[in-house]
Design a protein around this ligand. Structure first.
Ligand code: UD1
Ligand code: CA
Length: 614
């Protein structure tokens, strides 16, 4: 019993079986949350820091849930004893008799409803226990308003006499401001021996653990009181009002230390909610009404705008979360932007530099690097590659009424606005879906699909590698766009020669429907053709559709402005890269051409577009 003796191993017992009637709740008190964690978890965490042999948790009300909460926090260190009927704190400890009675250890007794107690304070109590050579040490504090607590009664010499519960105290005892915190350190075997002698003879008809110190003293054991200086730390929570006060206190502490030690900016610290378990990197800016819950981790330099909730999620560095987003169980890599009004949940993952915009819900889906979904979309059970754009209003139809199915969208895809992707479905790399498409079948790579149900409109990109320009006789992909006119044309007609109908017919006779020309050959031929028209006699207005890419519009208009009427019309299913022009030729030429050549002409002008799209 002197301090030279090696310290005994430590066990912890947490009383957590009560319902907590003053909470006026169906939930067990220790399951109520503080800073996003159940009360019991806070106590378990403090206990765990002392590295005990075991943490015994006395469970009763909602035993399963309480066990889960404790196990989540401390894992296998926790052992559970069931107190089926709550007959008082003495009875609560009694339930652990089988496991502890003969244990030559120190037993630290804690209450599940005293959540803010710090491990350092518990260590000080244990040190006090050792240095005073006590068999029982009681942690006390002085309270301005001690109502409701057990009072520490001392004699004239200021020595401990007994603990008297509020309900059993006389008016003189009620004046005492030193209270029992409900935290004790016992010589385990002596505790269980004394426990046999307590009886429910009191106002509440309960077995009081608080009777044990007096019994121990009567048996000649040494009981001491360790007066702690921070009453708030060991205050129990008995009502919801107290819970709210604690919540405030905890939050203020958390935010203060994030500001002072963590280098985090809070625009309005009194209106930010950060769980004690969350981490936030330096140079983050947190706007008012942001909640960061659970084990969330926010990297450096992030900005979280107002009204956002982040629960158990990870954010990389320099992430921007715009106003009113809900982010639960998700991961956002560095330099992403989210919101406003976005919802990420169930392991949504945004890879670096990706972005999710207004009213977009991402569930159990991954967006690859630099991929964007900026407006009004639902992406569920989807895996989306890199540099892909998800158009406004895109929906992954992942649920068939019974089961969920996956959508896969590969790299560099453009999903047109209002596309429905009926899962299971895959959209191959570099493909495009037209606005309003309902995609029910897999889309091969390099395709354009449109319609309801979506069908392949164009997969020129995959074909083009096989095309040979009829004009320059080169592969399309080999074309360096320097051709001004087909070489064979020069040979046949000579440069700068004035064209006659005969020439043109001859030209078209060499071209057939389905022939492919590169951009330069096609444009050059068209130019010759238009020059001819200047001298021609206009008699008819056949309409021919020419597709020209945005980038070539200027060139095209310069060529044709004088001779043809051009009306631009944005192609609704192809808006990302092409425009459709209605070109009205003012010439009687068409009429004079044989049918085959008319087709050839249309093909040529059409081909201009097909090729130019690329
Ligand atoms: C207890 C102390 C009181 C002290 C106060 C500090 C007793 C008799 N009184 O009072 O001196 O000032 O704590 O907070 O010990 N529990 C059980 N089984 C039971 C009864 C309680 O597991 O049969 C658990 C409760 O769930 C709670 C803890 O023990 O976590 C304390 O019980 P509670 O009823 O809150 O005791 P108090 O009235 O606060
Ligand atoms: Ca209590």
């Amino acid at each position: 019993m002197n301090s030279v003796e090696p310290h005994k191993p430590l066990d912890v017992l947490i009383m957590a079986a009560g319902l907590g009637t003053r909470m006026k709740s169906k939930r067990a008190k220790v399951l109520h949350e503080l800073g996003g964690l159940p009360l019991i978890a806070h106590v378990c965490r403090a206990a765990q820091a002392l590295k005990p042999q075991a943490i015994f948790v006395v469970v009763g009300h909602q035993a399963d849930e309480v066990e889960n909460a404790a196990r989540t926090q401390v894992g296998d260190l926790a052992r559970f004893v069931l107190q089926a009927q709550q007959r008082g704190t003495g009875d609560a400890v009694e339930t652990a008799r089988g496991a502890l009675e003969n244990s030559d250890s120190l037993l630290l007794v804690l209450s599940g409803d005293v959540p803010l107690v710090k491990a350092e304070t518990l260590t000080k109590l244990i040190e006090h226990h050792h240095t005073t050579g006590s068999d029982c040490s009681i942690l006390s504090v002085r309270l301005e308003n001690p109502t409701g607590y057990g009072r520490v009664i001392r004699d004239e010499q200021n020595s401990f006499v007994r603990i008297v519960e509020q309900k059993d105290a006389n008016s003189e005892q009620r004046q005492v401001k030193e209270i029992n915190s409900g935290i004790y350190c016992f010589e385990t075997r002596k505790l269980f021996k004394a426990l046999k002698r307590i009886a429910p003879v009191n106002e509440q008809g309960e077995y009081y653990l608080t009777d044990v110190p007096e019994i121990l003293m009567a048996e000649g054991a040494r009981v001491s009181v360790y007066l702690h200086n921070d009453p708030r730390e060991v205050s129990g929570i008995n009502t919801r009002a107290e819970l709210a006060e604690f919540e405030n206190l905890l939050r203020r502490n958390t935010i203060r230390s994030l500001m002072i030690e963590g280098g985090v900016t809070f625009i309005d610290p009194s209106h930010a909610y950060v769980s004690a378990e969350a981490t936030i990197g330096p140079d983050c800016v947190i706007y008012p009404d942001v909640s960061i819950e659970g084990k969330s981790a926010v990297g450096e330099g992030c900005t979280l705008r107002s009204g956002t909730r982040i629960t158990n999620s990870r954010l990389g560095n320099n992430v921007l979360i715009k106003d009113h987003c809900v982010i639960v169980d998700s991961e956002i890599d560095s330099n992403c932007s989210v919101g406003p009004f976005a919802h990420l949940r169930m392991n949504a993952q945004l890879a670096e530099d990706s972005a999710v915009g207004n009213f977009v819900e991402v569930k159990k889906s991954r967006l690859g690097r630099r991929t964007k979904a900026m407006h009004l979309s639902y992406l569920g059970d989807a895996t989306i590659g890199e540099q892909t754009n998800i158009g406004a209003g895109t929906i992954t139809c992942n649920y068939d009424g019974t089961r969920k199915h996956e959508t896969i969208i590969e790299d560099d895809v453009k999903i047109g606005s209002d596309t429905m992707l009926v899962a299971p479905v895959r959209v191959g790399a570099r493909s495009v879906t037209g606005a309003g498409s309902v995609v029910i079948e897999d889309v091969p790579a390099d395709s354009l699909v449109a319609g309801v149900p979506a069908e392949i409109v164009d997969n020129a990109r995959s074909n083009i590698t096989l095309f040979v320009c009829k004009g320059c006789q080169k592969h399309w992909l080999d074309s360096d766009h320097t051709h001004t006119f087909p070489p064979w044309y020069h040979e046949q007609y000579g440069r700068g020669r004035k064209h006659k109908t005969r020439d043109l017919v001859a030209l078209f006779q060499n071209w057939h429907a389905g022939d492919i020309f590169c951009e330069s050959c096609g444009l050059a031929a068209a130019e010759r053709f238009s020059r001819y028209l200047v001298n021609g006699r206009p008699t008819e207005n056949p309409e021919v559709t020419v597709k020209v890419p945005k980038s070539d519009i200027k060139k095209f208009l310069m060529l044709y402005a004088k001779t043809v009427k051009v009306q631009a019309e944005k192609r609704n299913f192809h808006e990302s890269f092409a425009y459709r022009f209605h070109v009205t030729f003012t010439t009687g030429l068409f009429k004079t051409l044989p049918a085959r050549q008319r087709v050839a002409f249309a093909t040529m002008t059409g081909l201009l577009g097909t090729l130019n799209i690329l």
